[in-house]
Design a protein around this ligand. Structure first.
Ligand code: ADP
Length: 562
């Protein structure tokens, strides 16, 4: 049964009971009141009239108005005949009274008159008693019915008090619990109500909603899981090692390559605080170092040395950093190719050195007078052969040095050296070239400079290279200045030229391997001189730098701590 019907029926029943209770009560009250009124008007008044007539009768001989008083009461009595037998008694009274009126001095009628009055009184008293008995019966019947109805009403009310809250509150409680479960994402929650009323409909609607939410959640979870496993598969199949962290540096994911490199298993590290793992894992410690060193990482894996570059990427969402990803890019192949190239260059340069030297030697022998006189033309040709051989020797020397640098095989012979020796050696080497080019090389050596612990040969090589460049990029007649001085606990060597200078945008790349400023002297060098210089200086613990202004010249300097 519908809740609405139940409530309508219950309240309707109560309404009917209350209505009938009221009607019956009113009916009984009305009836009792009518009975009382009847007794008062019909019988009590007759008793009063009879009483008055009796009193008047007694005073007839002594009071003049007694006869009139009697007659008035008799008339009233005649108008108030209500009981059986009362009429006869009243008629008889009238007859006797009329006879008395004819002869008021004759008291022989008195006993009949008194008899009639007593009869009237008796009839009315009897009627009062009878009506009282009827009223009592009515009152007890009213009591019975009203008690009965009151009892039924009380029972029904009790049943309502006990059942109605349960009927309404029970399903509402179940629904409230269900809604709370749904709010807590327990979409498996269902409500079972047996009743087929509005609450039953509500429970069915709730269950259908929960089912749809359940289905939706499962479908989106399945979709998310599919996407997750797809991304995991992609990450796992990559040749690069990938590790993901959240903002608190807990590990979120690590692919197979990274697990292999770090020598860890996924379940052992997922969700763990990375610095904790770094305590017992050297590679993790290196990876977490904040300074992003550009040096490649050499890792021993798969029974061979592999090279990886480390990229640290910040993962952002809506302009907020939500984590970090470290990508270990496998660059072993590039290393192997580079190594092969370096070996090739080293071998070729080495092999070329001997024939070039013998070409140089042959060219010098040709200029010897003992081998016959040469005309100017021939001398110039031989001169050109010697220049080219020199340049070739320089190039092969640089290539060899570079190969040495790239393979990490720089052999340093560090020994305390006076800075002046290095400057002198370098000046000797470039003297001829300077003279030929018409460039004056000025030196400024601070006296009493301390010895510095360097590889004299390599440091001289660097100074020669800087001087050669300064001569090469000056516009003769010009001056090149070499200066050596002590500054801030360092011995600084600097070479200043007043040549074309270098544009600012090229300065950061000037020490890179094979870099040449675009448009600089055609047929020039290899672009290796400054790269080798930097390697030589830095491997000895020194630093090299350049300051240059286009059109005004450049100053290259290197410094060693004392
Ligand atoms: P290269 O053997 O080609 O001279 P370097 O490594 O010595 O190679 O120099 C690299 C480049 O730097 C040169 O090609 C040149 O463009 C520029 N450079 C070097 N020194 C100077 C200088 N003193 N003035 C202007 N440019 C220079």
């Amino acid at each position: 049964m519908r809740l609405k019907t139940k409530l309508s029926l219950g309240l309707g029943f109560l309404f009917v009971v209350i209505l009938s209770f009221g009607i019956i009560s009113l009916w009984y009250i009305n009836r009792l009141s009518n009975d009382a009124e009847n007794v008062l008007t019909n019988n009590h008044e007759s008793l009063v009239y009879a009483n008055n007539m009796l009193k008047a009768l007694e005073t007839i001989p002594i009071r003049k108005d007694a006869m009139q008083l009697f007659d008035d009461n008799l008339k009233k009595q005649e108008a108030n005949i209500t009981e059986i037998g009362e009429r006869d008694a009243t008629l008889e009274l009238r007859k006797n009274f009329d006879e008395l009126r004819v002869n008021p001095a004759d008291p022989s009628n008195y006993p009949e008159i008194r008899q009639s009055l007593i009869r009237i009184q008796d009839i009315n008293e009897m009627a009062i008693l009878r009506k009282n008995a009827v009223a009592e019966k009515t009152a007890s019947s009213a009591r019975l019915w009203l008690t009965l109805i009151f009892t039924v009403l009380t029972l029904v009310s009790f049943s309502f008090i006990f059942n109605l809250p349960g009927v309404i509150a029970g399903p509402i409680r179940s629904l409230a619990e269900g809604i709370e479960e749904i709010a807590n994402k327990n979409y498996g929650k269902r409500i079972f109500l047996k009743q087929e009323d509005e609450f039953g409909d509500l429970a069915a609607a709730f269950n259908s909603m929960a089912e749809k939410l359940d289905g939706y959640e499962h479908s989106s979870i399945a979709e998310l899981q599919f996407e997750k496993s797809r991304i995991e598969t992609i990450i796992n199949q990559m040749r690069d090692g990938i590790i993901g962290f959240d903002t608190k540096r807990n590990i979120l994911f690590i692919n197979v390559v990274a697990q292999h490199l770090l020598g860890v298993k996924e379940p052992d590290v997922i969700g763990k605080y990375a610095p904790d793992i770094a305590l017992r894992n050297d590679l993790m410690r290196t990876l977490l170092q904040p300074d992003i060193s550009k040096k490649d990482l050499k890792i021993y894996a798969d029974n061979k040395e592999s090279y990886f570059s480390r990229d640290v990427l910040s993962v952002t969402s809506k302009d907020e950093v939500i984590g970090q990803v470290i990508v270990l890019r496998n660059i072993t192949l590039f290393h192997e190719l580079n190594e092969a190239k370096t070996n090739f260059i080293a071998t070729v340069s080495h092999e070329l050195k001997t024939p070039i030297s013998s070409i140089k030697m042959s060219a010098r022998l040709l200029t010897d007078e003992r081998n016959g006189a040469l005309d100017d033309n021939q001398r110039e040709l031989i001169h050109s052969i010697r220049d080219d051989a020199d340049r070739l020797l320089k190039i092969t020397g640089e290539l060899l040095n570079m190969a040495q640098v790239e393979t990490g095989n720089i052999q340093l012979k560090l020994q305390p050296t006076p800075p002046a020796d290095i400057v002198q050696q370098a000046l000797l080497a470039v003297q001829f070239q300077a003279q030929q080019s018409g460039i004056v090389v000025r030196t400024q050596l601070q006296p009493n400079l301390p010895r510095i612990s360097v590889d004299a040969e390599k440091t001289t090589w660097v100074l020669i290279n800087l001087l050669t460049n300064a001569l090469k990029y000056s516009n003769p007649p010009a001056t090149v200045e070499v200066e050596t001085q002590r500054r801030d606990g360092e011995v600084v060597f600097s070479v200043r030229d007043y040549g074309k200078g270098i544009e600012e945008k090229y300065l950061p790349r000037i020490f890179d391997r094979y870099f040449k400023v675009p448009g600089s002297q055609a047929g020039g060098g290899t672009g290796l001189g400054l790269a080798i210089s930097r390697e030589f200086i830095e491997s000895q613990g020194g630093a090299i730098q350049v300051v240059s202004t286009p059109g005004e010249g450049s100053t290259f300097s290197f410094a060693f701590k004392i």
